[in-house]
Design a protein around this ligand. Structure first.
Ligand code: NAP
Ligand code: GDD
Length: 336
């Protein structure tokens, strides 16, 4: 039985990846932060009682700031595959917390790479790199496009990207960068623009909210469906050689397009409800991200299915369900 270790298992991607790997028969270990309130909502349906024999999901307390904890865990678990997803992942927030973002989203990658080098050098390593690294470089972006990050988040991810490549080249480690473009789902954090929109559309439809305040509606993104993207992460680690791959749909849409599709899917005209608030603008914006996924398609066979406009409908309807029934969990909607 193969063993995987996931940092960021409580996040959107970590939860889908844990589901996917359990489905594939893996023993899955996840790093979770100790918090004063429960932070495991996205993986509660996967929880297995530690007293039951044969359980395949184990959660470990730890933090990406704690090198000795990472080293001890990897020495004990000796995972075949490590998926490093933990990050302060919000671009706008990274302008408010640049130092913290640099620590968790940047330096933490060095911590885990060092731990692997010291105690678990046979493990394959996946780094959650991001299209934000391309920043001001115009689309379409591929593996050869120069990085021009426009936020502390983007700059931290560029650092992590190069540390991953350096450990691959310096120590021969199987260390791969997945450069993923935006991917969304009903489990997306509520302050990212897609989920903010779909949640508002549902709440306005049900009379629970009157207005939606947004920033730049002209930004162009390439939105895919998160469960399909975690499959790409796994495929990248099954390749013969470690490498760097762009994962994207290749299709562009504006925030306004997504807004319109979401509101129309519940019979609403967004123009009646949406207002501008400059607080949601970024000091430096990334105007357009549209990826070219040719390499990942050719080398791993990965393909996307769900389009951004289908995603808008899917997420809005999931939010309607969860407004009506707060215990709603999309685990019965998505099945591998
Ligand atoms: P997310 O939902 O924000 O999840 C982030 C995860 O990191 C959560 O489990 C969080 O734990 C954990 N974390 C944060 N700080 C930590 C720390 N100091 N120690 C340990 N764990 C910590 O992000 P996501 O959308 O799933 O994205 C996964 C990864 O892919 C991130 O690295 C993100 O930057 C990257 N990425 C995402 C996208 C996208 O469109 N989603 C695109 C490209 C790259 P808590 O639950 O306790 O907060
Ligand atoms: N969050 C947010 N809130 N964004 C808004 C809003 C708003 O009210 N109004 C407009 N936007 C615009 C932002 O300015 C940005 O251009 C776009 O919507 C998308 O913003 P986010 O959903 O916050 O995502 P992101 O593209 O900045 O970052 C996400 O994708 C990256 C990959 O490119 C995050 O998931 C990152 O972690 C990820 O690396």
């Amino acid at each position: 039985m193969r063993t995987a270790f996931i940092t960021g298992i409580t996040g959107q991607d970590g939860s889908y990846l844990a589901e996917f790997l359990l489905f594939k028969g893996y023993q899955v270990h996840g790093l979770i932060r100790r918090a004063s309130t429960f932070n495991t909502r996205r993986i509660d349906h996967l929880f297995q009682d530690p007293h039951v024999d044969g359980k395949r999901l184990t959660l470990h307390y730890g933090d990406m700031s704690d090198s000795s904890r990472l080293t001890t865990l990897l020495a004990t678990i000796q995972p075949d595959e490590i998926y490093h997803l933990a990050a302060q992942s919000h671009v706008r927030v990274s302008f408010d917390e640049p130092e913290h973002t640099g620590d968790v989203t940047g330096l933490s990658t060095t911590r885990i790479l060092e731990a692997i080098r010291l105690v678990s050098s046979e493990s394959k390593f996946y780094q959650a790199s991001s299209s934000e690294m391309f920043g001001a470089s115009p689309p379409p972006q591929n593996e050869l496009t120069p990085f021009y990050p426009r936020s502390p988040y983007g700059a931290s991810k560029v650092f992590s990207y190069w540390m991953t490549r350096n450990y691959r080249e310096a120590y021969g480690m199987f260390a791969t960068n997945g450069i993923l473009f935006n991917h969304e789902s009903p489990r997306r954090g509520e302050t990212f623009v897609t989920r903010k929109i779909t949640r508002a559309a549902a709440r306005i439809k049900l009379g629970m909210q009157d207005k939606l305040f947004l920033g730049n509606l002209d930004a162009v993104r390439d939105w895919g469906y998160a469960p399909e993207y975690v499959e790409a992460m796994w495929l990248m680690l099954q390749a013969d050689e470690p490498d760097d791959f762009v994962v994207a749909t290749g299709v562009a849409a504006t925030v306004k397009d997504f807004l319109q599709a979401s509101f129309e899917s519940v019979g609403l005209d967004y123009g009646k409800y949406v207002e501008f608030d400059s607080v949601y603008e970024r000091p430096t914006e990334v105007d357009a991200l549209v990826g070219d996924p040719t390499k990942v398609q050719t080398k791993t066979g990965w393909r996307h299915e769900v389009t951004s406009m289908e995603l808008a409908t899917k997420m809005t309807h999931a939010d309607l369900e969860s407004c009506r029934n707060p215990t709603f969990n999309d685990s019965h909607v998505w099945r591998y």
